[in-house]
Design a protein around this ligand. Sequence first.
Ligand SMILES: [Zn+2]
Length: 426
Amino acid sequence: MCYTDLSLLFKLAVRQALQYKLLPDTNQRQEIERWLNMLRYQYNYLLAERFNWWQYNRSDCVIPQGQFCQIACTVGSQVLRNNPNWHSQSASLPCLKTDRPWYRDIYSQVLQDCVKRVKLAFERYIKGDSKGKRSGRPRFKARNRYRTLTFPQAKDSWLKGNKVKFPKLGLIKYICHRSIPQGFKVKTASVTKKADGYYLTLIVEDKTVPEFELDIAPTKNNLIAIDLGLEKLYVDNFGNQVLPQKYLRKSEEKLAKLQCQLADDNRSRKAKKLIRRAIARLHQKISRQRKQWHFEEAKKLCQKAEVVCIEDLRIANLRRKNQAKKVNGKYVENGQCRKAGLNKSFSDCAIAQFVDILHHQARKLGVKILKINPKNTSQTCPICLNKVSKTLSDRWHDCPVCKASMDRDYASALLIKKVALGIVSL
Ligand SMILES: [Zn+2]
């Protein structure tokens, strides 16, 4: 099943993000910078308020499930304060505007969105997200770390030809390379500062689009199984392989040269600013090259079959640091130096991004993605199902029982196909 109708193609998701290049003039650019700076100060202040409460109003005794006892009465001279939350912090905004009148220049909803960002960052640190996964301690934002301002209730009427009208910022030109798909309405608009300028991100939504799961049963002829990896981006069950492009490694020399220039203290501050900008742009270029390549490869793959089967890899786990090794109370070499190089290659290959883009392309082209458990897929012979142990450096599969001899990744792909078809269970 392949959607050739373009209008249908864009309508397969309820919500999507569209990004456009903004072309602000000098005054507008300065105003956006000023807003971002003010928002950053407010963000840091609100975050500090939450950290302070957490530090002073919590006792050290720990009750089960990682919860902390809260101090419920006044201790010594310390006055009991209310825990700052979204409501109290939002309510403090009018007061902020009287104390610091320049904050009146910011559109009120943009300022409220800043409070929401603090809430999200802090709650992810304390409670974790919907799956209970906790993030690290939120950082105070230094200059250039607060890059986005959001208008949470944008309207279609804000877009006029090649211009967008923001409240209090005025009409700003943008490059409208793609119109909003029919039936979709603009929900939010954000302005983001990137290495090569400013970008407008619109979240558009069409609630009439039904969400459905593709119901395609995998068969011998419509299925393609792939084994993702580092040495090759993927190998499919026909033996076709796609080699990684290694964009970071290709630009490493250029990057090192720029970084050496930056480390040279004889250069002026102005020169260093330019070098820093060049480094940021080079990184941006590398990531864009990689993304483009991932899109192309994912599309090619989705056009080959109706069901694509992949391993359900935990990619973040692959990039972990090596554990420290101790012998007789002394730290000994644990191979982290080599692991760091491996991790760099993992980042350069960006398997997780490829999997994300593969899902996206599959949804667009009406292809089903089947995930299977990756356990033992590299340690089992696909022909006789005998266990053949291999380390990461063994790149060839040699089975002592059935005498099968083939590439290790190809063997995995063959096995994944069998698992997906239900012929084998591991
Ligand atoms: Zn075998």
